[in-house]
Design a protein around this ligand. Structure first.
Ligand SMILES: C[S@@+](CC[C@H](N)C(=O)[O-])C[C@H]1O[C@@H](n2cnc3c(N)ncnc32)[C@H](O)[C@@H]1O
Length: 373
């Protein structure tokens, strides 16, 4: 059944190419991820988590949600403690972060908990963050809009430098099979994107590739608009976390083949044209583009840094130290006992969770962007 569905997505893609000609890689990726009933994110199987194809910070540990809880308390206070306090999480997946935040506020911030309205939305449940009219905006504008690993899923155009020219990668057919072909950029936005960020791609080697995420900019326009649709003087925060970097650090000669990556059952693959609909396809986020588009929409840059820095600012180490003192005194008094050995194992496990979230070569290198209005 599963394979039958995947095969028919491939057939749909092939039919579309036969009818309309080559697709941009972005149109291909849109079908692979979002085609109603078939795309990776919109069919019903579990994708995120240990049993899926990849896992995220929210799967690794509740410490992540606790830091988010502390951040929300801070933002709530900065906004003058509005009630209700409306948080919209986009691309919330299975709702781990929402659950973790709610259970943290219930214990640690009951005054916020009692007025917190946390809406967790995902394209899998019919809420496309790239479409404007969300239910929340019809009611009351959110105070905070959150996302973790959302923007890296948006369809990207691919460009390749060859013979001093920038080409776009298209998906076409060869003997009934999908294959890549180079052509002219599909729009002026694609053609000029790298120049907008002063990337000297002309000096890079032939075959150098980069992703152009125009939907990230559209998302920023729409999301910024959510703050203002229902209220004219709304103040609020947008917080988004993802793989990626500033443009000047992302589009470098050493990254010869760009950052496009596919995940299938926790394996990294570099074959986006195989298994459409069965594997995740992502690309690192150009945060300069998000910041500049946000500013164009009237938002202000509050902070931009790594997840490691952010989690430390939000007290992840302090929480760990507190837990050590509160729950693991036995490690100082009776480590050799059976209970002591179990406690030691649990303590190592907690320390390991914090290391994984803050590892500068792993999740700690995610970027955290906060904008305000
Ligand atoms: C990598 S997962 C992250 C899930 C969750 N935020 C977490 O941290 O575990 C990406 C999520 O974004 C969702 N998604 C992708 N594109 C979306 C879109 N255009 N609108 C809303 N959700 C989207 C997917 O369905 C998936 O649940």
């Amino acid at each position: 059944m599963y394979n039958m569905i995947a095969t028919s997505l491939q057939e749909r893609i092939i039919n579309r190419i036969e009818a309309q000609g080559a697709l941009t890689f972005a149109d291909y990726m849109r079908m692979a991820l979002y085609e109603p009933g078939y795309g990776y994110y919109v069919k019903d199987a579990a994708r995120v988590g240990w049993e899926g194809d990849f896992y995220t910070s929210t799967d690794v540990s509740d410490f992540f949600a606790h830091c988010m809880g502390r951040k929300l308390v801070q933002m709530w206070k900065q906004l003058g403690q509005p009630a209700p306090f409306i948080v919209l999480e986009q691309g919330a997946g299975r709702g781990n972060l929402a659950r973790g935040v709610r259970s943290w506020t219930a214990h640690e911030a009951p005054d916020l908990h009692s007025i917190l309205e946390y809406h967790a939305e995902d394209i899998g449940t019919g809420h496309d963050a790239l479409q404007t009219s969300q239910e929340v905006s019809n009611q009351q504008a959110p105070h905070v809009i959150l996302s973790n690993e959302l923007v890296d899923a948006f369809p990207v155009h691919l460009v390749e430098k060859r013979d001093d020219t920038l080409h776009e990668v298209y998906v076409t057919l060869d003997g009934g099979r999908l294959r890549e072909a180079l052509g002219e950029p599909s729009s002026p936005e694609v053609a000029t994107y790298l120049n907008t960020y002063n990337i000297p791609w002309q000096t890079f080697a032939d075959g150098w590739r980069a992703e152009v995420n125009l939907d990230a900019q559209r998302w920023m326009q729409r999301t910024a608009h959510l703050f203002t649709t229902a209220s004219t003087d709304r103040r609020g925060f947008l917080l988004t976390i993802d793989y990626g970097d500033e443009a000047a650090k992302l589009y470098i000669p050493d990254r010869q083949r760009g950052t496009l990556a596919c995940y299938y059952r926790h394996q990294l693959t570099e074959r986006p044209l195989t298994r459409p609909g069965e594997q995740d396809i992502t690309a690192h986020v150009n945060f300069t583009a998000l910041i500049q588009e946000g500013e164009r929409q009237g938002l202000h840059l509050e902070s931009f840094g790594t997840q490691e820095q952010w989690l430390k600012q939000m007290g992840i180490q302090d929480e760990l130290a507190l837990i050590r003192e509160r729950d693991f005194a036995i490690l100082d008094t009776d480590r050799g006992s059976d209970r002591g050995q179990v406690a030691l194992f649990q303590w190592y496990n907690l320390r390991q969770q914090v290391s994984a979230l803050t590892d500068p070569h792993g999740m700690g290198n995610f970027k955290v962007l906060i904008l305000s209005i």
